[in-house]
Design a protein around this ligand. Structure first.
Ligand code: ACO
Length: 371
């Protein structure tokens, strides 16, 4: 399994806590709230990313390989999607394997150990099995004995939903160090006879370790959303409580991805622009403030159209869809790791992250890179 940030962990010089702005700390509060105000007075107000890491399987599946599987061509895939190759797990390799490796690399990058973790959130729609969660398996393999753990859905928006969730736990003082992983093995639910979908997806995992940072830095604003009326545009029909697995569902191919590509395409371009602008507005910023734009890597035409609508020049947009295809919840953190390796952002820069996918769901965040 490959891909990681190789830089040695840097010493962290963060205040253990930051305080309410003086004006708010001194505000007189109604009696019933005074204890709350006092309790919060020593709590951090923001959360940021201390370290990131990723992992993709070793096996490369090229467009030329796919020409032997379905009626397609390298030229069609490249011009319609921008994808040249993707990574696919080996037999017996599962989401938790990729997730654990990505987590180890993120911890190393953060200079923390598994014992430092208070919570592990794994965003995935392809867990190793219906239960227990991938997060539980990762917690055990890391030896993160103090950490609570749960899985989160939200498909390709899952990693950013995870960041938003982690931020709440840190900002309210409940937890200090939270590991957020986006990990998916979509190859396990791809219909390898459907050329309209099987060329799009790959496997991988990306992880981030979060902790408190001074107010005004780190994760500044989020926009999260859902439109469940589009649920049928992109789904795996069977294997849940409505259509439990049976010989019939297997024979009908109902355990694999079904997608209305054209509709998802239109939704994606629209929501990437709208969600990014909402998050920017909440952060009090404009697109001119974005130093590096990292979006869910689904299709280069979607990424180009959304970047154009946002008026972002190519040098401020990071793409690696040609190497990995659509890795679902893993795509944003994998892209973050590679963008950092390529010096596409540095300490103090403003990043915009945006994801979209099945649900339909979407999420974006504006953050300052604090490492
Ligand atoms: N190779 C060759 N021909 C193909 C292939 C292929 N792999 N796939 C489809 N075609 C054919 C179609 O059959 C069609 O032929 P026809 O005109 O004879 O019927 C033709 O190519 C055009 O098909 P379209 O579907 O119109 O192609 P389009 O330009 O829309 O591209 C695509 C299809 C790439 C799927 C695009 O719609 C897309 O990227 N949609 C968004 C998908 C997406 O991002 N999904 C993931 C969301 S994230 C998540 O939650 C997992």
């Amino acid at each position: 399994m490959t891909s990681s940030l190789k830089s040695a962990p840097e010493p962290r010089a963060l205040a253990r806590t930051s305080t309410w702005p003086a004006s708010r700390a001194s505000e007189s509060a109604p009696d019933s709230h005074s204890s709350l105000v006092t309790r919060h007075s020593s709590l951090p107000l923001s959360a940021g990313i201390y370290g990131i890491g990723s992992c993709v399987p070793d096996r490369v599946l090229t467009n030329a390989d796919l020409e032997k599987v379905v009626e397609t061509s390298d030229e069609w895939i490249l011009t319609r999607t921008g994808i040249s190759e993707r990574r696919i797990v080996a037999a017996g390799e599962a989401t938790s394997d990729l997730a654990t490796a990505a987590a180890r690399r993120a911890l190393e990058h953060a200079g923390l150990s598994p014992a430092d973790l208070d919570l592990i959130i794994v965003a995935t729609i392809t867990p190793d099995m219906p239960f227990p969660g991938v997060s539980n398996l990762v917690q055990d393999r890391l030896g993160a004995s103090r950490a609570a753990a749960f899985d989160l859905g939200a498909a390709c928006a899952g990693f950013i939903y995870g960041l938003a969730t982690a931020k709440q736990f840190i900002a309210n003082g409940f937890y200090r160090h939270v590991l957020v992983i986006g990990a998916d093995t979509l190859s396990s639910v791809v219909n390898w006879t459907d050329r309209g979908t099987c060329v799009l997806f790959g496997d991988g995992a990306g992880a981030a370790v979060l902790g408190p940072v001074p107010d005004g830095s780190g994760l500044l604003a989020f926009d999260l959303g859902s439109d469940g009326s589009g649920a049928e545009l992109l789904c795996v029909e069977a294997g849940g409580s409505r259509l439990p697995a049976s010989a019939e569902t297997v024979a009908n191919g109902q355990h694999t991805i079904r997608m209305n590509g054209a509709e998802v395409f239109k939704f994606a371009v629209r929501v990437m622009e709208e969600s990014t602008l909402r998050a920017l507005s909440l952060a009090g910023m404009t697109t001119a403030d974005i130093d590096c734009f990292i979006a869910h890597q689904a299709n280069i035409r979607i990424l180009d159209a959304a970047s154009k609508r946002l008026g972002l020049p190519a040098d401020r947009v990071f793409n690696n869809v040609h190497r990995y295809g659509n890795t679902s919840a893993a795509s944003v953190p994998i892209a973050m790791v590679e963008a950092l390796e390529e010096d596409r952002f540095k300490s103090g820069d403003t990043l915009a992250l945006v994801g979209f996918g099945a649900g339909l769901s979407w999420a974006s965040t504006i953050m300052t890179w604090t490492r």
